[in-house]
Design a protein around this ligand. Structure first.
Ligand code: ADP
Ligand code: MG
Length: 476
């Protein structure tokens, strides 16, 4: 009985979907195409070498199990990799995995026009005494929940925000304090909460304001002798979103007036959402009584997004702007800029701008050139050779041994460590790392990385070697 390709693969996808987070599913499985099923070999087409390695590294067990369940115990998986868009694209591209070979299909051109219209936040000065309904919420419609990509890095903050939006003032999350580093989405998320509340409860008065603006307004009100109006105005707000409260640090008078507004709103069941670049305990120059108020509700942090989330964010942004980019360019951007989403978006925008100015298509090379200029503060990538040299010096081994095929114990270990650091600190593919380290294949490199991780967890001396080496390598 022959099985039908579509059925088999869609059954596999069903199972996989239940076993990985939705975001991961969308990033890594939705783009896969099943292209062939012959006897017991299933061939799937993936968009890039990188993609293939990611699957092998993170999902191979799941894939194996699922495919065996569908096709039978001796089912095999083959990958067909779409060629990267470069000059050598006429060469067929082959990757080895333990039992089989797979071939590439063809290259993919892309370059699209752009329309980067940034939508600035309106900036009205709020005039005290205005009728409630006339308060401009000061919300940027682009910063919605729909445009906010969910990932492990923001799950708690996002769901707390969502809960608050469903029931402003009616949850335990009051105040909701969202904290995290620069460019990780604090402002976006607080706007999203505001927008969502405005949509659900049009009669509620929602106000987004930065702490800086709040401070200036307060100072002006003192100058103009209408501080009471200022306070009354804020006390009639139903949902107050105050961004970057760390700005209040050291400003006693402003903290004082905010304290009173806070109390009034809280007591009357109104919702407060605050953001800060630090957790409450680390906020210096803030009055104790205010800090303790901040802790009444929930503090949720935004962390640095992982690679999958970064890719998803870029994809979302491209989709919104109607832009298409080669997969490997997106991956490269997401790989290179890891700690700040604003920078990531900035890189995407300048890449598109450059390409349209110079009428060049967006290729991996262009992305690499741009990133080199753009990301000034990221450490330069170390090379595999350099890593090998540092490791060999450290263990006092001649480098030729590391590159040879010898299986002497101490050489094997040093080689594994070099592979591990190469994987960690360079953007080389597993296959390439293996080639440099005694002509091994990608599976050996993967195995090496796992072995090193395991040893690091169980063996203190080994852990110390790694720490020493890591220091040396990052001092480059
Ligand atoms: P912060 O206020 O923490 O410095 P922002 O909220 O200004 O950061 O976010 C910086 C940029 O990154 C914004 O353009 C925002 O839309 C985008 N961004 C941040 N987090 C996400 C996310 N999870 N999904 C989509 N875009 C995001
Ligand atoms: Mg901000």
């Amino acid at each position: 009985m022959s099985k039908n390709l579509e059925n088999v693969w869609s059954n596999c996808l069903e199972v996989i979907k239940d076993n990985v987070p939705l975001q991961a599913f969308k990033t890594w499985f939705a783009p896969i195409k099943a292209v062939k099923l012959k006897s017991n070999i299933l061939t799937i087409q993936v968009p890039s070498q990188f993609f293939y390695e990611w699957l092998e590294e993170h999902y191979i067990e799941l894939l194996k199990k699922t495919i065996r369940k569908e096709i039978g115990p001796d089912a095999k998986l083959e990958y067909s990799i779409i060629m990267e868009n470069n000059k050598n694209s006429s060469n067929p591209y082959t990757v080895k995995i333990p039992t089989t070979d797979k071939r590439a299909i063809k290259n993919r051109p892309v370059a699209m026009p752009l329309d980067i219209s940034s939508n600035p936040i309106r900036n009205p000065f709020i005039i005290p005494g205005l009728r409630k309904v006339n308060v401009d919420s000061n919300l940027n419609p682009n910063y919605s929940f729909e445009n906010f990509v969910e990932g492990d890095c923001n799950r708690l903050a996002r769901s707390a925000g969502y809960a608050v939006a469903e029931k402003p003032g009616g949850t335990a999350f009051n105040p909701l304090l969202i904290y995290g580093g620069v460019g990780l989405g604090k402002t976006h998320l607080s706007h999203a909460i505001g927008i969502s509340i405005k949509n659900r409860f049009p009669n509620k008065t929602v106000l987004y304001v930065s702490s800086e603006k709040f401070t200036h307004q307060f100072i002006d009100s003192v100058k103009n002798n209408n501080t009471n109006d200022f306070i009354h105005f804020y006390q009639m707000i139903d949902v107050l979103l105050i961004d970057d409260v760390q700005f209040f640090a050291g400003k006693e008078k402003t903290q004082d007036v905010f304290f009173h507004i806070f109390n009034h709103l809280h007591q009357t069941g109104k919702q407060l959402v605050l953001t800060s670049d630090k957790p409450p305990v680390e906020l210096q120059g803030m009055e104790q009584r205010l800090l303790s108020r901040f802790k009444w509700g929930l503090s949720a942090d935004l962390q640095v997004p992982d690679l999958e989330t970064r890719i998803a964010i870029l994809q979302k942004k491209m989709y919104q702007d109607g832009i298409e980019l080669p997969k490997e360019v997106i991956e490269y951007l997401a790989y290179s800029i890891s700690t700040n989403i604003r920078e990531l978006e900035g890189a995407l925008i300048s890449l598109i701008a450059q390409s349209s100015l110079n009428k060049k298509s967006i290729t991996l090379d262009l992305a690499k050139q741009m990133i080199d200029k753009f990301v000034k503060n990221t450490a330069r990538e170390v090379s595999i050779e350099y890593i090998q040299k540092v490791v060999c010096d450290y263990f006092d081994l001649p480098i030729e041994l590391m590159k040879s095929k010898t299986r002497k114990r101490e050489v094997v270990q040093a080689r594994q460590i070099a592979m591990y650091f190469s994987k960690k600190m360079t953007k080389s593919s597993l296959a390439n790392i293996g080639m440099h380290c005694g002509g091994k294949d990608h599976a050996t490199v993967l195995h090496a990385c796992r072995t090193v991780n395991n040893l690091a967890d169980t063996d203190k001396t080994f852990r110390r070697y790694l720490d020493d080496l890591e220091k040396k390598l990052s001092l480059q």
